[in-house]
Design a protein around this ligand. Structure first.
Ligand SMILES: [Ca+2]
Ligand SMILES: [Ca+2]
Ligand SMILES: [Ca+2]
Length: 523
């Protein structure tokens, strides 16, 4: 454990063992520009077919569909689970499926060829303290890179008989070092009352602070301080139309998860605020331009370079379509639909469903943000603009001097300043987290446990902007002024030097991750 007593509050005050926090970009971040294979472009959407393993490419600018890779078709019953771009060279793509004489992870280059990099191998069967389950009984569906370490995570589940008095379903989290290498088992995802069931578990996401999110069935939760710390698990409840089957999740680098799942027999997307726990049914159907027609089941989900949602819709005979829906992150409206070829043995059909999705050459927002931080490998910016080890967030140890602000999840309640479902409001009163950003402006008009509650201050982004409105293309800045959305995280530090109409624009606060890390942190 690192020495905490030397830690001091304030910009530039972060000192550990006499050494200032690193400012070099972490080794798992992009180090230069790379050339894509001929005929492939950065921004192409890659979609993997589950049964036969073909990977299609979609060029969003033209709608052109091409075959990106047939390499995985050499494996029988490939059960391709997920695709993810490699953080330090996102023109390379890792895949998980039935390779390695069974479950395994391999890597494709931008030509769609298998490369020598191998993650694993997975053990033929688990050894103590895990139940002795064979690899063949494993389901592996999801992949995500932790933005703080480059570690690749894959959740894994089994259906088994009860062991050690535990549940019928059992799940673990596998971890692989950046660039490939032997796996480690980080631990049981959760057991007993807090368990995430195994089976088809595969939904996995990570935020820019290194917190992991996992889901399947109707359960979605976060794990904090996975690496080297506790594996605390907390559950989210999805509201609106409760899901019967969560398929995939992605994090936007700004405290939201987007979740694909099934409800009432149709595909839907939920949005979850990871701090307040407030969720909304975000994309219940194809929207007014398509007569509010329901989606077929939705599987893989990711975000493109613009931050729009890309969700994979499966094939049905009734609709005779399958493809990728591009959906606005801000409104949930479908913007565009890219149909995949259907109806032949090589293409999409009821027995060969599209599932996995990633964007060639484009890292997820959480990775892009972590890689633009000055804090260095394994560190996150804290409430005061210093740098703090990411593993301290939610590790059961109270970091009151650095992580107890709303934007750092109040150190995931390590300090017990309020009950776990509550947070200190603008005036220091404990109030329900679910009131933050719930569409009712809290500026002192409602009472909770004897106190008038206000979230109308910077720390809560002015009750997540419900207390004041902005025009199109604008968002609130640190001071509550309507400011250009396009200036946030655009590479130029907005700490008050640039003006929008009658006010200086200031995104240099923890609530906006110090202008999406445009501004210097850590000193
Ligand atoms: Ca902590
Ligand atoms: Ca509210
Ligand atoms: Ca900026």
């Amino acid at each position: 454990m690192l020495e905490r007593s030397v830690f001091a509050i304030g910009v530039g005050a972060m000192v550990l063992g006499g050494t200032a926090a690193a400012v070099a970009a972490p080794s798992y971040c992009p180090t230069g520009s790379y050339a894509a294979c001929g005929g492939r472009e950065v921004g192409d959407i890659l979609v993997g077919l589950h049964s036969k393993g073909r990977v299609f490419g979609i060029r969003p600018s033209t709608g052109e569909i091409y075959t990106f890779s047939t390499e995985l078709e050499q494996y029988s019953n490939i059960e391709l689970g997920d695709l993810a771009v490699v953080p330090n060279d996102p023109l390379r793509v890792v895949v998980i499926g039935n390779v390695d004489q069974g479950i395994g992870i391999r890597q494709l280059d931008s030509c769609g060829n298998l490369t020598s990099a191998v993650y694993g191998p997975f053990p033929e069967s688990l050894s103590y303290p895990w139940p002795p389950l064979p690899k063949g009984g494993t389901n592996l569906r999801g992949l995500v890179f932790n933005p703080l370490s480059g570690t690749l995570y894959a959740p894994s589940g089994w259906f088994t008989t009860p062991f050690y008095g535990g549940p019928d379903w059992f799940s673990l989290l596998y971890a692989f070092p950046q660039g490939g290498g032997p796996l480690t088992i980080e631990g049981a995802l959760a057991t007993g009352e807090e368990r995430i069931d195994g089976g088809q578990i595969g939904a996995v996401a990570a935020d820019e602070l290194g917190t992991l999110y996992v889901g399947n069935g109707d359960r979605l939760g976060r794990m904090t301080a996975v690496v080297g710390g506790s594996d605390r698990f907390a559950e989210y409840v999805l509201s609106g139309e409760p899901p019967t089957d969560i398929k995939d999740i992605v994090h936007d680098g700004d405290q939201h998860l987007y979740v694909t799942g099934a409800a009432a027999g149709h595909g839907m997307i939920w949005r979850v605020d990871t701090l307040s726990g407030v969720s909304e049914l975000w994309a219940p159907d194809r929207g007014p331009s398509y007569d509010d027609e329901p989606y077929n089941l939705l599987w893989g989900i990711t975000l493109d370079a613009q931050g729009d949602i890309l969700a994979v819709e499966q094939f049905t005979n009734e609709t005779n379509r399958a493809g990728v829906a591009r959906i606005s992150r801000n409104t949930g409206q479908m913007i565009e639909y890219f149909g995949l070829p259907v109806g032949t043995a090589e293409t999409v059909g009821a027995g060969n469903q599209p599932w996995a999705v990633t964007v060639l050459g484009v890292n997820l927002p959480a990775v892009r943000e972590a890689c633009s931080s000055d804090c260095g490998e394994g560190y996150i910016s804290n409430c005061y603009g210093g740098c703090t080890p990411g593993a301290w967030l939610g590790d059961d140890f109270c970091d009151e001097g650095s992580l107890t602000c709303w934007s750092r999840a109040s150190d995931w309640d390590d300090c017990a300043l309020c009950p776990d479902d509550q947070v200190r409001d603008c005036n220091g009163h404990c109030a329900l987290k679910s009131w933050v950003g719930d569409d009712i402006c809290d500026q002192g008009g409602y009472v909770f446990e004897g106190n008038w509650i206000s979230f109308d201050c910077e720390a809560f982004r002015f009750d997540e902007a419900t207390c004041r409105g902005c025009g199109w293309g604008e968002m609130l800045d640190c001071n509550g002024n309507c400011s250009p959305e396009s200036w946030h995280g655009d590479g130029i530090c907005d700490d008050g030097d640039y003006w929008h109409f009658d006010h200086p624009v200031d995104y240099d606060c923890v609530e906006y991750d110090f202008d999406g890390n445009d501004c210097q942190v850590g000193g």
